[in-house]
Write a protein that binds this ligand. Structure first.
Ligand code: FMN
Length: 438
């Protein structure tokens, strides 16, 4: 740490100690978080807590962010057909996923570099998901290492996400470390043959080393809590990668190393190679077509995650909820299907499960929770989604998430009815999944 940074940190720490408790940075943020009653409101709270460059890194996507928006819009366009006079005094949200019973069908998606959002980063995410009784997928690009996260959430259902990086030795090492640390499933993300260009990040000068401008400096000063944590607990780097190969590497050289690691030549044979490295359940994440889902399952995947990386890779890629039914029809009888991208409400989880998914993953919602209030914020988001899911399930007249199927989807609108959001699935356009077993 440079002398200037150390000086700034010490000065800030001294100033903070002199403030009365209620005026300390964090008190207002905590109140805002407590008042937030929806994921959208938590996002707004995070927006106030985070410098723009960090907020945009989380919120943004590739290109014109069409896929980011369609992920959400296509969920919103799905209509449900409720049943009445069903006993919903008790509703059961639990689901069986990759051999584990989870209290919620909502898994924490892998999201890299969360230490930039909050000093507790992936540790807070893992703990929050564990408290909610669900699973969390740690990203290889996480700011905390495989071992740190496992130690922070003992007994939690942890998955580890990797890429098919050029340096297969590194991939093998990471997989071995995940096995040794007790991770239960391996997720391989296949939609990053190369890093995509994200306009907001480019404009904001996001990257390592960060571009410090007068505006970004002012932004930091206006968010003293984030700045204080950032200066006192810098978590800039992908810890597992740095620990594995680049023990002496600073964050800038780790970032440069990782940038070179995305392998545009990786193909299905490489997936078969990875399958041999890991005995446990394998999830292939980033599949958007029936054909790819079949290829993944033929190479030994137990689950596919229908995902467009939250609209952060190919802009104009099909929304994940629209891609889901064809994947379920292709492999739903042989593999578990997970979907992510655009889940913002409990009722979105219902729509995804009615279309044949076993569970959803959420990325931005929990990272916004992290930004708005650390582990408490993550828990808060999961409580919101749990409460909404429970409430909507009762109103739908379905006592168990395991009973959701396409019979709960409304029939397609009649001719002449108001136009749907472009591209949104309806019960008619969606290939209907068959009722899931178990
Ligand atoms: C800040 C951020 C970082 C991400 N990093 C990764 C990553 O390292 N690996 C990965 O497979 N997906 C990554 N993703 C994609 C998520 O796993 C997930 O597919 C996406 O966030 C789902 O969309 P949602 O944000 O609308 O829920 C990231 C997403 C965000 C928002």
């Amino acid at each position: 740490m440079s002398d200037v940074v150390r000086l700034l940190r010490d000065q800030l720490a001294a100033e903070v100690r002199m403030l009365p408790r209620r005026a300390r940075p964090g008190a207002a943020a905590r109140r805002r978080l407590q008042r937030a009653g929806s994921v959208a409101e938590v996002r707004a709270a995070a927006r106030r807590a985070l410098p723009r460059v960090i907020h945009d890194f989380v919120d943004g996507g590739a290109g014109d962010e069409l896929t980011v928006r369609r992920n959400v819009a296509d969920f919103e366009a799905i209509e449900l057909e409720p049943r009445t006079l069903v006993d919903v005094a008790q509703v059961d949200l639990s689901t069986e996923l990759l051999g584990r019973r989870l209290a919620l069908p909502i898994v924490g998606a892998p999201t890299g570099l969360c230490g930039l959002v909050h000093g507790d980063g992936e540790v807070a995410l893992a703990r929050g998901l564990h408290a909610a009784g669900s699973a969390y997928a740690l990203a290889a690009m996480g700011s905390y290492s495989i071992e740190e996260v496992a130690a922070a959430a003992p007994g939690g259902a942890l998955w580890f996400q990797t890429y098919l990086w050029r340096d297969r030795g590194l991939v093998r090492e990471l997989v071995a470390r995940a096995r040794a640390a007790g991770y239960e499933a391996l997720v391989v993300t296949v939609d990053v043959p190369r890093a995509a260009s994200r306009d907001r990040d480019r404009r904001n000068g996001f990257g390592l080393p960060p571009r410090i401008t007068p505006r970004s400096a002012l932004d930091g000063l206006l968010r003293p809590e984030w700045t204080y944590r950032f200066l006192t607990r810098p978590r800039l780097t992908a810890a597992s990668v740095a620990d594995g190969r680049l023990a002496d590497g600073d964050s800038v050289s780790v970032a440069a190393y990782v940038d070179r690691q995305f392998d545009p030549a990786a193909d299905w044979a490489d997936l078969a190679w990875l399958r041999e490295q890991w005995e446990g359940p394998l999830v292939v994440k980033g599949v958007l077509s029936a054909a790819d889902a079949r290829r993944a399952v033929e190479r030994g995947a137990q689950a596919v995650a229908v995902s467009n990386h939250g609209g952060r890779q190919l802009d104009r890629a099909i929304s994940s909820i629209r891609a889901l039914p064809a994947v379920v029809a292709a492999v739903g009888d042989r593999a578990e299907v997970i979907v992510d991208g655009g889940v913002r409400r409990g009722v979105d989880v219902i729509a995804a499960l009615a279309l044949g998914a076993r569970a959803v993953m959420v990325g931005r919602p929990i990272v916004f929770g992290l930004g708005a209030g650390g582990e408490a914020g993550v828990r808060h988001v999961l409580e919101i989604l749990e409460r909404e899911l429970r409430g909507s399930l009762a109103l739908l007249g379905c006592p168990r998430v395991a009973e959701l199927d396409s019979s709960f989807l409304a029939p397609a609108r009649a001719m002449g009815a108001p136009a749907r959001e472009a591209g949104a699935p309806t019960a008619a356009t969606a290939e209907r999944p068959t009722r899931r077993e178990g």
